[in-house]
Design a protein around this ligand. Structure first.
Ligand SMILES: Cc1cc2nc3c(=O)[nH]c(=O)nc-3n(C[C@H](O)[C@H](O)[C@H](O)COP(=O)(O)OP(=O)(O)OC[C@H]3O[C@@H](n4cnc5c(N)ncnc54)[C@H](O)[C@@H]3O)c2cc1C
Length: 465
């Protein structure tokens, strides 16, 4: 590998700026990566020192911002700083978080602060810093179509420059799709969806929400808890009442004890990947508390603030569990939502009227329209999802089209986790180049997820009743 972090002199010499003129190059790239979230950005950093690999990263936004709608003050990553863009693949990489601290003169401050969990704002600054050192990224490039040129045997990626609507087109042997997921509203919001604010837009809509007399927060994941706490802190100042309603039976904690964290490992991916489709499906359905809950310290902070308010005799918020949203109407004259919930344990339904509502109801996998032209080259499962091979390829050859963050039902809960980004990208780079540039860990867990393969454990088929 060549010296990392050096800018490459290549056809990408206008790199790292918004597109300024039409790009139509006949050179065939080794790969085009579509979307620049943390996963493809990690790939860009790890690919950068591999001189023989010519890749291009296309992002429709004109700049990088990591979930800007949720950049709430004092929120942190769920992972320690080692889950940066590169360190778990190559701790010596110039794109590491520690090198960022060093270059920015922040390393001693970070050492003294002793906080392993980066604030989300700091992570965002770190990602921007890394982008500033890369020459393979095109911002403002909205990919609209991908075709396969049968004769030439490569892909044609085309779209429009966001700023001036000019067409671009690139040819590449391989693709890496990293377009993330899209905000999801409950189905019952369909008719009034233009009035519904999703947590993905919270920061931009916060001031408007805080002018309301009442606000309901729907959902009980990490985003819902962060929004509820953020609004709760200001509720005395603004005077709104706050209601937090969830379908879940409790405001549950995200599990993060060490033996559970071992499930974010190559070992668990191997185990999970080799199970039958239906079994994997039912396992995912039971794993909510591993990636959907709230971190324990935030639950405790919320409790302490509510308890403090109660002991001062101040207005306190309503927290309601076991309530599934089944209807959502918006009255534009009153500017008021009428939410309907089912409480199935008690066999009742109820309505709740509120002036403001924020839906922290999660995200859903994004199968982008631009793949329509290559649908027949992609492997699909019975549910219409990509069928991933073990190396994250989704195409019929198993070595052409790779995906980031799209394998919850094939690779398990490691799929959206920033901590496994380096592992996945090491595997993708090995598939792209045929060389294991970054050593890939095979076994890291203390526990066995499968029956251990030693004489002490004698395996036989399960008896059917
Ligand atoms: C608020 C929030 C906090 C999270 N915190 C953590 C955490 O602490 N730890 C953790 O492990 N995970 C966390 N996650 C989960 C996960 O790590 C993040 O969602 C992460 O951003 C996913 O990265 P990504 O690269 O898949 O997609 P994204 O970050 O969504 O990026 C996808 C990019 O693709 C671009 N794009 C889409 N379509 C096109 C197109 N047609 N042409 C060009 N570009 C396109 C988009 O503009 C976007 O920039 C969090 C998720 C959320 C929502």
């Amino acid at each position: 590998m060549a010296q990392s972090g050096q800018r490459r002199n290549s056809i990408f010499s206008t790199a790292n700026s918004s597109l300024s003129h039409t790009h139509q190059t006949s050179a065939v790239l080794d790969f085009v990566a579509i979307g620049l979230g943390p996963f493809n950005l990690s790939l860009a950093c790890l690919a950068d020192p591999i001189r023989e690999l010519n890749g291009l990263f296309l992002e429709r936004n004109e700049d990088f911002d990591w979930h800007p709608g949720m950049l709430i003050d004092d929120t942190t990553l769920q992972n320690p700083f080692l889950a940066d863009l590169v360190s778990l693949a190559d701790p010596r990489s110039p794109f590491s978080f520690l090198n960022y601290c060093k270059q920015e003169g922040k390393l001693y401050a970070y050492y003294i602060r002793e906080r392993f969990y980066l604030s989300r704002a700091e992570y965002n600054r770190y990602c921007k810093w890394a982008i500033g050192r890369l020459s393979s990224i095109r911002f403002g490039a909205n990919v609209e179509r991908v075709d396969y040129d049968e004769e030439a045997g490569h892909y044609v990626v085309s779209g429009l420059e966001v700023r001036n609507a000019r067409a671009f087109s690139y040819r590449a042997k391989r693709l890496v799709i990293g377009v993330g997921s899209v905000p999801q509203l409950p189905a019952c919001c369909g008719a009034v969806r233009e009035h519904c604010i999703h947590s993905a837009h919270y920061v931009a809509r916060k001031a408007e929400l805080q002018q309301k007399r009442s606000i309901a927060v729907i959902g009980s994941g990490q985003s819902a808890a962060e929004i509820f706490y953020d609004l709760l802190k200001d509720s005395n100042e603004f005077g709104y009442t706050l209601t937090w309603i969830t379908r879940s039976p409790r405001f549950f904690q995200m599990e993060n004890t060490k033996l559970t964290l071992e499930m974010i490992s190559p070992d668990y991916i191997d185990y999970f990947y080799n199970l039958p489709d239906g079994v994997r499906e039912s396992i995912v359905a039971k794993q909510d508390s591993l990636y959907k809950g709230v971190n324990a310290s935030l639950i405790n902070q919320i409790y302490d603030l509510l308890d403090d308010r109660r002991s001062r005799g101040e207005r306190h918020a309503h927290l309601v569990t076991n309530s599934e949203l089944t209807g959502c109407d918006y009255d534009p004259v009153e500017a008021r939502y009428h939410l309907r919930f089912a409480q199935r344990d008690e066999g009742v339904q109820y309505t709740h009227a509120t002036d403001g509502a924020i839906f922290a109801t999660g995200y859903t996998q994004n199968v982008p329209g631009f793949i329509d032209g290559i649908r027949s080259r992609i492997r699909w499962d019975d549910m219409g999802r990509y069928r991933l091979s073990r190396n994250y390829a989704i195409d019929v050859t198993g070595r052409d089209i790779f995906v980031q963050n799209a394998g919850l039902y094939s690779h398990g809960l490691t799929n959206p986790d920033l901590g496994m980004s380096c592992y996945r990208n090491s595997c993708i780079l090995r598939a792209l180049t045929g060389v294991e540039h970054y050593p890939i860990e095979r076994r890291i867990a203390l526990q066995d997820f499968s029956v251990p393969d030693t004489d002490a454990f004698v395996k036989m088929p399960l008896e059917t009743p």
